[in-house]
Ligand binder design. Structure first.
Ligand code: SF4
Length: 341
């Protein structure tokens, strides 16, 4: 039985139960998630016992907290041994959950710890949604001060390239929106640029947010950082982003992991600003997080600020992303390092 049975398949799980029991279980799994059948208080005890062990095959193997309890990282383990991570970040009046779409990743971006391990397998829709359900259950049990007790934003920026696992990611997003009641706008799909996947996403009925992990403003440099660029070069990527914007009317975000002496020059800042202006995109700069597996380094705070200012000076809107969870290896690019060592 896969984790978090599809909402439409719950009737098959409870063939002899009345419809309202199916609806009660749907609520416990998708709307107000709990993590044990013992907490499903409106189900008869015999049914809770029958369902125990049949709903959550992914186990939480480890939990770490950082940033004074406002960042929580989980390592989930599936029965076949596949390990994935999710990171919950609480802010005043909002909560963001960074989730994984694959165990490992085949994209092999040279600055990313996950990419250095290679690809293990795709996650099933239930395994992707499970990360959201778990975080919601955690927030109910352990609310963070000033933050909502529910996941407000989901970003596909954990392990994996979401558009390389399109069908599962699509189904997980559908469950988040249509069953769990999230807004499409609060779900961000971040991609290194699988352009056919961007076009498929543009044709979906719900307007999710698209983030392009650009990291370099010319193909030569980008190929060194994101090998996938050889297949889908920058021009193709930007054309797909424009089609996405036209389809959904949603502004695209450009993600830029800033690496010392690699992509933090004034030239790159100017070229990035030109791309952002042409696309009408917002730029997010993320200082690279240190990982023992990647040769690139994080630039100094002064150099980082200068880069952001340079992009803004050329007319684009550029912000510096708050990096969370560095102390627990939970920040972007670090997932899996500690799990594997
Ligand atoms: S940055 Fe994203 S796409 Fe690139 S290797 Fe890491 S997880 Fe994969």
């Amino acid at each position: 039985m896969p984790y978090l049975v599809a909402p439409e398949a719950l009737e098959e799980l409870l063939p002899d139960q009345p419809r309202y029991r199916v609806e009660q279980l749907r609520q416990w799994l998708y709307r107000h998630p709990v993590l044990t059948t013992a907490e499903m208080t409106n189900l008869p005890k015999s049914l809770r016992a029958e369902l125990a062990g049949r709903l959550w095959p992914m186990q939480v193997e480890a939990q770490q907290t950082g940033d004074g309890g406002r960042t929580v990282k989980w390592l989930f383990r599936a029965p076949d041994g596949a390990a994935v991570e999710a990171v919950l970040m609480g802010y005043p009046r909002r909560t963001t959950l960074c989730i994984s779409s694959q165990a490992g990743c085949a994209m092999r971006c040279t600055f990313c710890a996950t990419g250095q391990f290679g690809f293990e397998r795709h996650l099933a829709p239930g395994e992707i949604f499970a990360q959201v359900a778990y975080a919601n259950a955690h927030l109910r049990a352990h609310p963070m001060p000033d933050s909502p007790a529910r996941v407000g934003n989901v970003v596909f920026m954990g392990m994996g390239e979401p558009l390389a696992n399109y069908d599962s990611v699509r189904e997980a997003i559908r469950r988040m929106i249509e069953v769990a009641g999230m807004s499409g706008r609060s779900i961000t799909v971040s991609t290194v640029g699988i352009t056919p996947g961007i076009d498929r996403l543009a044709a979906e009925p719900w307007p999710v947010t698209l983030a392009l992990s650009l990291h370099a403003a010319d193909d030569h440099l980008r190929e060194q950082l994101v090998p996938q660029n050889r297949r889908y070069p920058i021009d193709d990527l930007l054309a797909a982003a424009q089609r996405f914007q036209r389809g959904h009317g949603r502004r695209v975000t450009l993600e830029w992991t800033l690496m010392a002496d690699v992509n933090d020059s004034a030239d790159q800042a100017r070229s990035l600003a030109a791309i952002a202006l042409e696309l009408g995109a917002h730029v997010n700069v993320i200082p690279m997080n240190p990982t023992p597996l990647a040769p690139q380094q994080r630039p100094s705070p002064e150099r980082t600020r200068r880069f952001v200012d340079e992009v803004n000076r050329h007319g684009a809107t550029c912000t510096l992303r708050d990096t969370r969870g560095t102390e627990i290896d939970a920040a972007c690019g670090q997932l899996r390092v500690r799990a594997a060592t």
